[in-house]
Design a protein around this ligand. Structure first.
Ligand code: MN
Length: 245
């Protein structure tokens, strides 16, 4: 495969990921997904500032880790690109990043309820989900957006080695070693949040008790089993967003 074909295939997958995340309810008019540049590991690919469901190949821009576009050509970048740049800078294992505001995850960033793996599809949530408090880095009067490199650094520090992190009063970030894996994680983190809230309601309705979460060994085992089948949900989600030919 030539270098040129390599980046075209990655851009195609990134466009598809934008459409899947919209179709699966992870992003709406807001949110974004990026991929590390295939031949320049100190750069990443991210759409210009438009709704993910509308992204096309010509909207994909390349950025360095300071968030500067390499070739803007009049295209306006997302304000929150520093989430992506600062995570790539410190996480050599990360090839793709999703930032979203999907509704079910938000309550877990603003209450004492901890997001934990409730089913075998979300073992990647084991080990604790960090929650970024923007007031710690930006003070009490931000607009909640990670709009500077400094806030991006603070977010990446909070995220640490995690697969998924919450942002208090804002949303979440998923990372992965491929576009397919990060889409999987973003979709199933949202599903886990819905299921966990439902389980909490059942616990309350049935007079108490505790949710029986996956233990760490089960979470790791289930995550490895699903990792071997990462193409299966991707192909299905891709089929749903395919244009008729
Ligand atoms: Mn945001």
């Amino acid at each position: 495969m030539t270098e040129h074909a390599g980046i075209e295939d990655l851009v195609d997958d990134l466009v598809t990921a934008n459409h899947i995340l919209y179709n699966e309810g992870v992003v709406d008019g807001f949110g974004h997904v990026s991929a590390r540049h295939p031949t320049r590991p100190d750069c990443f690919l991210l759409s210009r500032s438009i709704a993910p469901g509308k992204v096309r190949a010509e909207d994909i821009m390349a950025f360095d880790f300071d968030g500067n576009p390499l070739d803007a050509r009049g295209r306006k970048p997302y304000l929150e690109r520093f989430i992506h740049s600062e995570v790539y800078r410190v996480r050599a294992d990360v090839q793709s990043v999703v930032h979203n505001h999907s509704p079910a995850v938000i309550p877990f960033g603003v209450t004492a309820a901890k997001l934990r793996p409730i089913s075998h599809m979300s073992g990647f949530l084991a080990g604790g989900v960090p929650n970024f408090e923007i007031r710690d880095a930006g003070g009490p009067a931000t607009d909640m957006l990670i709009r500077t490199p400094q806030l991006g650094v603070a977010f990446a520090r909070t995220m640490g080695r995690a697969a998924f992190a919450l942002m208090r009063g804002h949303g979440a970030v998923a990372v992965g070693d491929s576009i397919r894996q990060v889409v999987y994680r973003a979709v199933y983190a949202e599903q886990n949040a819905r299921l966990q809230a439902e389980a909490l309601r059942l616990v309350a309705a049935t007079g108490g008790g505790e949710i029986n979460f996956l233990n760490d060994a089960e979470a790791a085992g289930a995550d490895a089993a699903n990792y071997a089948n990462m193409d299966r949900p991707w192909e299905l989600w891709k089929m749903r967003v395919a244009k008729p030919t």
